[in-house]
Write a protein that binds this ligand. Structure first.
Ligand code: C2E
Ligand code: CA
Ligand code: CA
Length: 392
C-alpha cells in the first residue's frame, strides 16, 4: 500500500449496478461505509459514488495501523453482502471488490475488463461468477471447505515427501462445483487474491499445528506481489523462520505476468524469509524461460501433459527430458506432475525427474502420508548474479 494513501473504492460497483440495479448498488455502498466505521475509521465521501476517503490519525495508537490498512480491502472484499430481498432468492449475496483508489496493484484482470473480455455475454457471466464466489466464501466461513493434501514424493523412496500440496475441496463430496470452475470465476471477479489471503492464513495455521509438516499453497498470479496482504504475512514469517522454512508457495501463470518486476520482488522477499517458491504447470500457459530466470523459484513443476505425452503410445513426444534438463541447468529442482502409472513414474525418473506427484504416488486426501524432509536450498539463488549478467 502506498504510504499516506487513504482513498478506497468499490471497483465493481458499476458492474453490480448493471447486473442487480441501483438499489443493490446503494446497499453495497452503505454496507462498505458501515464496515469502514466498524473498523474504527473516520470516513468521508470520496470523489464519486463508491469512493471513500479514510480520515484517520496514523499516529494515534490503536486506531489504525499500516498493517490493518494494507489488509483492509481484502477483509472488506471477503465480507458477503446479502441481497436476498432484492434478488428474491435465498442466500443470494454479492461481494464488493474493494481496492485502493488509483493504486498500482498489478491487476491481471480487473472487474472492469470483464465487459471488454466477454462483450455482450459479460452480464450473464458476471452474475454466474458472483454467485459461484459468494457460495465459495460462504462455504469457507462455515468451514465447508477442506484442503486436501497431495504428496510430492521421491521416486526412489516414495515414503520420502518433499512437501504436501494443499488443494481446495468442498467438504460435501456431492458438490458439483469443481476447481476449474471456481478459480476462473475468482479471477474474473477480481476476488482471487482475497481467497488466496484466506487460504495462505489457513495453511500457515496448519504449519503451526503440525510442526513436522512441510506444506504447499497455491496462489493466483494476481496475488504474487507486495502491494497487498503479503507484506504483513511475510513480516510474520520472517519472525518465525521455523514456519517459513516449511512453506512452499506455488504460482501458476494463468495470465501473462505483465508485472514481472513486482512478482520478482515478491519472490525475493519470500526467499529472504526462508519460504520457497514453486512455479506451477511449467511449459503450459504463459510460462517463459525469461520469467523463470527472473523469479528463480526453488521448484519448477512440469505440466502434467509432458509426462502424459512421453508415455503416449500414439505419437509420443519426448520433450520431458529436455525440459527437465533445461530447468536443472538453470538451477531449479524439478517436480514432475501428473504421474498416474508405474510406467509414467519410470519414464519421469529416467528423464531426470526424481521428485514426482500424481495419482500413482497418491491422490489428494485428508490425511498426509509420508515423512517430510528439509526443503533443499534454492540453487537459483546462488546463480542470481551470473543469470542477471546473462540477461542484460
Ligand atoms: P494444480 O495446482 O496444478 O493442481 C494439480 C491438479 O491436478 C489438482 O486438481 C489435482 O487433483 C490434479 N492431479 C493430481 N494428480 C494428478 C494425476 O496424476 N493426473 C491428473 N490428471 N490430475 C492430477 P484440482 O484439485 O482439481 O485443482 C485444479 C487447479 O485448481 C489446481 O491446479 C490449482 O491451479 C487450482 N487450485 C486448487 N486449489 C487451489 C487453492 O487453494 N488456491 C488456488 N489459488 N488455486 C487452487
Ligand atoms: Ca499447484
Ligand atoms: Ca500443476
Amino acid at each position: 500500500m502506498p504510504e499516506g494513501y487513504h482513498d478506497v473504492e468499490i471497483s465493481n460497483l458499476a458492474l453490480i449496478d448493471a447486473c442487480w440495479g441501483a438499489s443493490v448498488a446503494d446497499q453495497v455502498v452503505d454496507h462498505i461505509q458501515m464496515r469502514l466505521h466498524h473498523a474504527g475509521l473516520r470516513v468521508t465521501q470520496g470523489a464519486g459514488r463508491g469512493r471513500f476517503r479514510l480520515v484517520c490519525n496514523m499516529r494515534r495508537p490503536g486506531v489504525v495501523d499500516h498493517q490493518s490498512l494494507a489488509e483492509l480491502p481484502y477483509r472488506l472484499s471477503a465480507e458477503p453482502i446479502s441481497i436476498e430481498i432484492a434478488a428474491n432468492q435465498q442466500a443470494a449475496a454479492v461481494h464488493a471488490v474493494v481496492s485502493w483508489e488509483g493504486d498500482n496493484l498489478p491487476r491481471y484482470r480487473a472487474p472492469r475488463d470483464i465487459q471488454i473480455d466477454h462483450q455482450e455475454r459479460w452480464f450473464a457471466i458476471y452474475k454466474s461468477d458472483m454467485q459461484i464466489v459468494a457460495y465459495l466464501f460462504r462455504c469457507m466461513r462455515e468451514g465447508r471447505l477442506t484442503p486436501h493434501w497431495q504428496a510430492v514424493c521421491d521416486y526412489r523412496q516414495p515414503e520420502q515427501v518433499l512437501y504436501h500440496e494443499g488443494l481446495m475441496r468442498f467438504s460435501d463430496a456431492s458438490e458439483a462445483l469443481a476447481p476449474d470452475v471456481v478459480f476462473p470465476a475468482l479471477e474474473r471477479t477480481g476476488l482471487a487474491s482475497t481467497f488466496d489471503w484466506l487460504m495462505v492464513a489457513h495453511v500457515i495455521s496448519e504449519l503451526e499445528f503440525d510442526p513436522k509438516a512441510t506444506l504447499g499453497v497455491n496462489i493466483s498470479a494476481t496475488s504474487a506481489h507486495l502491494h497487498g496482504w503479503w507484506g504483513s504475512v511475510l513480516d510474520d514469517l520472517t519472525r518465525r523462520p521455523a514456519i517459513a522454512g516449511r512453506l512452499v508457495v506455488e504460482i501458476t501463470e494463468t495470465e501473462p505476468l505483465t508485472h514481472i518486476d513486482d512478482t520478482a520482488a515478491f519472490a525475493r522477499r519470500l526467499r529472504a524469509c526462508g519460504a520457497a517458491l514453486a512455479l506451477d504447470d511449467f511449459g503450459s500457459g504463459y510460462t517463459s524461460i525469461r520469467n523463470l530466470m527472473q523469479l528463480m523459484p526453488a521448484f519448477v513443476k512440469t505440466d502434467g501433459s509432458f509426462v502424459n505425452k512421453v508415455s503416449s503410445e500414439h505419437l509420443p513426444c519426448y520433450a520431458l527430458p529436455h525440459l527437465i534438463g533445461l530447468i536443472k541447468a538453470l538451477g531449479g529442482t524439478v517436480i514432475v506432475e501428473g504421474v498416474e502409472t508405474p510406467g509414467m513414474a519410470d519414464l519421469a525418473y529416467v528423464s531426470g525427474g526424481v521428485w514426482q506427484q500424481g495419482y500413482y504416488h497418491g491422490r489428494p486426501g485428508l490425511v498426509r502420508r509420508g515423512t517430510s524432509c528439509a526443503l533443499p536450498r534454492a540453487h537459483f539463488h546462488e546463480k542470481e548474479e551470473p543469470i542477471r549478467k546473462w540477461m542484460n
